[in-house]
Design a protein around this ligand. Structure first.
Ligand code: IVH
Length: 685
């Protein structure tokens, strides 16, 4: 059935509404309706167009993505060339203002203005760091988007530019029959960070900076990929303009930006009109101060003679207009040498590689080092010590090494090797399974972890030393008075009372609290050691299971895993902790200092008859639930498995046991009832 006049009317109305919402959302950053409402309208239009393809128009909001990838990018000749702007930097002139004054002087001379002539009016704009684009609108419709290329010939990128929501497919108001809008496509910093995080997770290409990411997206042959890269746009000028129709051609750059804004095209809010050059200097400084907090990269500001008639009189020198100049800020990316990679040890024992760089001025500060997070990041970026590397510091973020400049290698570079010992305390360092970081195992002993270890040790649920908080630990450690927890038990009143801001009374209270903590429980003591992955609950299980600290220290990874809730990772942490001689020494010192705890009988006959045996439970036991039976077997060192095989040692069968019992009989596996199980577990080995 063909579309009715009502369908045509409804489709047109939906498109109008969607355009209004898109403009509010993407350009004005002030959404007018909830996302769900937008989606509903969008789906309605999409369904209508699918039902009646004759309703489709090229500027429909549903047409942003569509069509097969283009086979290649086709050259486009620019009717009005896309030129570049001369730039002045601080290095070319002695002062920030020097460039501006010189520019004004050049302009006044060229316009033959005498010293008494009134000041020239300028417009100050931002210099966006993205890629230049020319958008051609015919009868208000976007018909072509082209890159700058060499300024005279660019590439047709209409398919990918159509996916940029900030760029209208149809201009609002009454635009001239032909207008080419010139501006910059860019990627916001937050979008760039998200994109790179996603790329890195999926093993895709990680981009050096937002500009490269934006350029890559625009030059994609497949618009569906471009559509997934969130791009933005600011207009700053125009190219060819045809018959004006009813439209009044603006007389100044400022009015032009307002006109583009009225067409629904994004223009940047940061601009200034200045009579003479002084206002431009203030603009330059104001923008410099806010550069880091802008959501996108800029590389400077641009000053333009505001009046178009004056611009025409000034004209061009070679490829640069005489009426504009760019005033650049210090670069946010520089190349420098990666002198070395050193290891820093954090409060939790994490070993972090840190890049030592040949000092380089980037993003307004001198950078001498940058974190590399972990070994994998170094591999992923392919960094070698001695490389020339790209360092980026944009916004207020910490400096980052982006990539090596591989072409500059000379063969003297060497790979980084993660150390196997902690550079601070010499303890064994290891990468935990499932973790990217390498950690020092000398928890109690390592100077880097000292404060953290002491605070944990003294915690309420550990040794419960009241009054030993952050500030005091800082004082004790920084003053070299306490190095390990054992030192706490050797503190005297005089030493404590001599600390700054420490009253006699509080010193005495603290000593009393320390004294009180000398006697504790095994569970608390185990928890206090601060073994990685051993929380309060696990510490209690360990205490119950092993009964004594020595039994725990002697347990191997397999034995440790017989404790409820202790899996391979936790078992590994515990074994690693006690394997470190430094930690054992501290424990010995604590014992020697009189720290003691109640040791119970081990809850486990560790070498009982069930030890190392595999059990299968089937049917209902008379007095025990299946969970109880499992816990009982495990606490005696046995393992419980779900299916019967030749490796099964015992099948424990209750009422209504089924196929597992039959299988056990078939394989000749020993069969027990509940009583039999109890008797077996009571037996010594
Ligand atoms: S005007 C004839 N204004 O800078 C002058 N360009 O060197 C045409 N750019 O690649 C350019 N922000 O893409 C102008 N506010 C701005 C700009 C700007 C960034 C880029 C432009 C071009 C380069 C010119």
């Amino acid at each position: 059935m063909s579309a009715s006049p009502e369908d045509f009317e409804r489709a047109a109305q939906l498109r109008r509404e969607l355009e209004v919402h898109e403009h509010a959302y993407y350009v004005l950053d002030a959404p007018t309706v909830p996302d769900a409402e937008y989606d509903r309208l969008f789906r309605e239009l999409d369904a209508l167009e699918r039902r009646h393809p004759e309703l489709l128009v090229p500027d429909s909001p549903t047409r942003r993505v569509g069509g097969a990838p283009v086979p290649g990018l086709v050259p486009v000749r620019h009717a009005v060339p896309m030129l570049s702007i001369r730039s002045e930097t601080r290095t070319e002139t002695d002062t920030a203002s020097g460039g501006v004054i010189a520019f004004d002087t050049r302009v006044r001379n060229a316009l033959e203005l005498g010293p008494d002539a009134p000041p020239v009016e300028y417009l100050g704009e931002l210099k966006f760091d993205g890629l230049a684009i020319s958008l051609r609108y015919e009868n208000g419709m976007l018909v072509r988007a082209a890159t700058r290329g060499d300024g005279y010939t660019g590439e047709d990128v209409t398919h990918s530019v159509r996916t940029i929501r900030q760029i209208p497919l149809r201009l609002a108001g009454r635009p001239p029959a032909l207008i080419e809008v010139r501006g910059e496509i860019y990627m916001r910093r937050d979008a760039f960070e998200r994109l790179n995080a996603r790329q890195s997770k999926t093993g895709g290409k990680v981009f050096v900076n937002p500009r490269n990411a934006a350029a890559g997206a625009v030059r994609q042959l497949d618009a569906r990929i471009a559509a997934q890269r969130p791009l933005s746009f600011f207009a700053y000028g125009f190219g060819e303009i045809g018959e004006s129709g009813g439209w009044n051609m603006p007389a100044t750059q400022g009015q032009m930006l307002d006109a583009l804004d009225a067409f629904g095209i994004p223009v940047c809010e940061h601009r200034v009109v200045s009579s003479g050059p002084e206002g431009l200097i203030a603009f330059h400084d104001r923008i410099a101060a806010m550069r880091d907090s802008l959501p996108y990269d800029i590389d400077g500001v641009v000053y333009k003679v505001n009046r178009f008639d004056l611009q025409r009189r000034l004209g061009f020198v070679t490829r640069e207009p005489r009426w504009a100049v760019a005033h650049k800020y210090p670069a946010q990316e520089e190349i420098t040498e990666l002198v070395d990679i050193e290891i820093q040890v954090g409060r939790t024992g994490a070993l972090t590689p840190v890049a030592r760089l040949k000092p380089v001025f980037v993003g307004g500060v001198t950078v001498t080092n940058a974190t590399l997070h972990n070994e994998e990041e170094i591999q992923r970026k392919g960094l070698l010590i001695g490389d020339q590397v790209i360092v980026r510091r944009a916004g207020d973020v910490i400096p980052q090494i982006v990539a090596p400049v591989v072409e500059r290698r000379n063969g003297s570079e060497r790979p980084f090797v993660m150390p196997h010992t902690c550079p601070v305390c010499g303890s064994h360092a290891e990468k935990q399974p499932d973790e990217a970081v390498t950690r020092c195992s000398g928890g109690l002993f390592c100077a880097a972890q000292r404060k953290q270890a002491l605070l944990h040790f003294a915690g309420r649920r550990a040794m419960d030393i009241e009054g030993l908080g952050d500030k005091l630990v800082d004082q004790l450690v920084d003053g070299g008075i306490v190095k390990t927890p054992a030192d706490l038990y050797r503190l005297g009143l005089v030493k404590l009372a001599n600390l700054p801001r420490m009253a006699d009374k509080s010193a005495a209270n603290l000593l009393a609290a320390i004294e009180k903590s000398r006697h504790t429980t095994l569970a608390r003591f185990i928890f206090a050691l601060g073994i990685r992955n051993v929380g309060e609950a696990t510490a209690k299980e360990l205490a119950r299971h092993f009964g004594s600290l020595d039994a725990l220290i002697d347990a191997d990874v397999e034995r440790l895993q017989q404790v409820p809730d202790v899996g391979p990772i936790v078992a590994h942490s515990i074994a690693g902790f006690f394997a470190e001689m430094h930690n054992r020494e501290v424990i010995e010192q604590l014992r020697a200092a009189g720290v003691h705890w109640d040791e119970g009988a081990p809850a486990v006959a560790a070498d009982g008859a069930a030890s190392g045996k595999t059990f299968v439970l089937t049917g209902a036991l008379p007095t025990m639930s299946r969970d109880d039976a499992k816990a009982l077997i495990e606490s005696h060192g046995g393992k419980v498995s779900g299916s019967v095989s030749k490796k099964t040692d015992y099948v424990v069968a209750g009422a209504e046991a089924g196929s597992k019992l039959a299988k056990a009989q078939e394989l000749g596996v020993a069969i027990l009832d509940e009583d039999g199980l109890r008797r077996l577990l009571e037996q010594p080995a």
